[in-house]
Design a protein around this ligand. Structure first.
Ligand code: NAD
Length: 453
């Protein structure tokens, strides 16, 4: 089926109203759960072929996420989709007011490669939960994972309801010419702009989950043991190819040496080796070349070795870094961690304010006033105090960027809302109609209206 026929079939199917039925949505969410469970091994093998990701990490950072999402919606769909009664103001008496969450219609999800299952299937699950049809276009860069998703979805879902389209830039460019009722995109800021422009042609609402340079501030009042352990884990998970990974560190000068030593200690303890359970490959040669070029050999504090054949880059710490360094000009998205030191906490915050708003920001401190300043002064999508990355595992928090790191959000009820329209309905009684608003107007009517409104 070509793309035009596919979207036409989805439009016709949406018109049947079947997807609005909550039981129908739950049936397909359960089906997806079963299909994933039945093909778990295949999903592990595909992503391992793409970039050597282990079963352990694929389960903890991808499959468990998706299953948790499905379970969340199965449990909460009745209450999420129920009309919400709200207060009715005096001018609208006698009446009642409700908000109805209705599906947007035909939706498009475009995924990124770094967590290919989570970033494609999690929005798809939210789209299904909210009662939409959906075309999913995973990233072609994680090719085997894309094919695995196409297989499990296309063999088990009717194309007029849910369908996976395989392809890269050329295919996505064609798809983006079509009119959708919602586009949910995960990827780079540059491509986010392309998607936003294409969506504007049809006035299609978008959610853009983009990237950026996510800072970590470590002050002298931080628990350095815990800080370094958590930072090392969060940075080198997936070999640094994580949108919310710490991109760079700002550490208070007085604890810099101790901090660097502890980073090195945990890197060594966690045993990041080629072909190991806990370390993945760099996704492709292009990114391998880009990353190895970012390593300034005069500034290596730890690591710095690589193996081209295995697309392996050792966890690398760069020190004595300044804001002008090449590595500070772009999102790193790999296992290289530059460390800048600061003397004044306010100045550190001001320096971050000079850059685009990041997807995440992290602060390690035990000082309440520093926590307050960090939250009040910086704008970022989401973040943690005394941890990294973990905020995105809490479904009660919206996940998304701000400014250059994106717009809109998802996870839990926020994902449901992202794929829904909030339809406002006022239901009026047909008795007890005061004449006040009707012409002809009079001074007396105006007096009463002023009192009432
Ligand atoms: P990307 O922007 O290159 O690709 C994302 C998707 O867009 C892919 O499906 C790709 O096929 C498609 N695409 C690429 N070029 C296109 C074009 N010219 N026209 C139309 N479609 C195009 O991003 P990526 O390399 O897959 O992912 C890395 C980026 O994504 C990083 O910046 C990272 O921070 C960000 N990211 C963000 C999140 C988030 O949740 N906010 C999650 C993961 C990755």
């Amino acid at each position: 089926m070509n793309y035009t026929d596919l979207i036409s079939a989805q439009r016709e199917f949406f018109k049947t109203q079947k997807t609005k039925n909550v039981k129908f949505r739950k049936m397909y969410l359960e089906k997806l759960r079963t299909v994933i469970a039945d093909h778990e091994k295949m999903l592990y093998e595909a992503i391992h072929l793409d970039f050597g990701k282990s079963e352990f990490e694929t389960y903890t950072t991808e499959i468990s996420f998706i299953l948790k999402d499905i379970d969340y919606y199965l449990k909460n769909l009745n209450s999420l989709s129920k009309p919400k009664k709200v207060k009715t103001n005096l001018a609208n008496q006698i009446g009642s007011s409700k908000i109805f969450s209705e599906p947007l219609g035909c939706t498009l999800v475009i995924g990124a490669w770094n967590y290919p299952y989570q970033l494609s299937l999690s929005p798809l699950i939210a789209a299904i939960a909210a009662g939409n049809c959906c075309i999913l276009k995973p990233s072609e860069i994680a090719e085997n994972a894309m094919k695995a998703m196409a297989k499990i979805i296309n063999e088990n879902f009717p194309p007029e309801y849910i369908h996976v389209v395989e392809g890269g830039i050329e295919e996505t460019t064609e798809i983006l010419k079509l009119k959708f009722d919602k586009i949910f995109f995960t990827g780079s800021t540059k491509v986010g702009q392309i998607v936003y422009k294409a969506a504007a042609e049809h006035l299609t609402p978008v959610t853009l989950e983009l990237g950026g340079k996510s800072p970590v501030i470590v002050t002298k009042d931080a628990n350095l043991e815990i800080a370094t352990k958590r930072i090392v884990w969060g940075k080198f998970l997936n070999a640094g190819q994580t949108c919310v990974a710490p991109d760079y560190i700002l550490v208070e000068e007085t604890v810099r040496e101790q901090f660097l030593e502890l980073l090195k200690k945990y890197i060594s303890e966690f045993k990041y080796e080629p072909d190991s359970e806990q370390y993945t490959q760099i996704i492709n040669q292009r990114n391998f070349n880009r990353l190895t070029r970012l390593i300034d050999h005069d500034k290596i504090y730890a690591g710095g070795n690589f193996n081209e054949e295995k697309r392996f880059i050792e966890p690398t710490i760069l020190h004595n870094i300044s804001w002008e360094d090449h590595i500070m000009q772009e999102e790193i998205f790999g296992p290289i961690l530059p460390v800048i030191s600061f003397i004044n906490f306010h100045q550190a915050l001001n320096d971050i304010l000079e850059l685009e708003k990041p997807l995440s920001a992290y602060l390690f401190t035990d000082k309440e006033e520093e926590k307050e300043m960090f939250i009040n002064k910086l704008s970022f999508g989401g973040g943690c105090i005394n941890d990294v990355i973990m905020h995105l595992g809490n479904d009660n928090l919206p996940f998304g960027g701000v400014g250059n790191s994106g717009m809109g959000n998802y996870h839990g009820k926020f994902g449901f809302e992202t794929f829904s329209h909030q339809k406002a309905v006022l239901d009026k009684a047909t008795w007890g109609e005061p004449d006040l608003k009707y012409p002809p107007y009079s001074e007396n009517k105006k007096k009463w209206i002023k009192k009432l409104l």
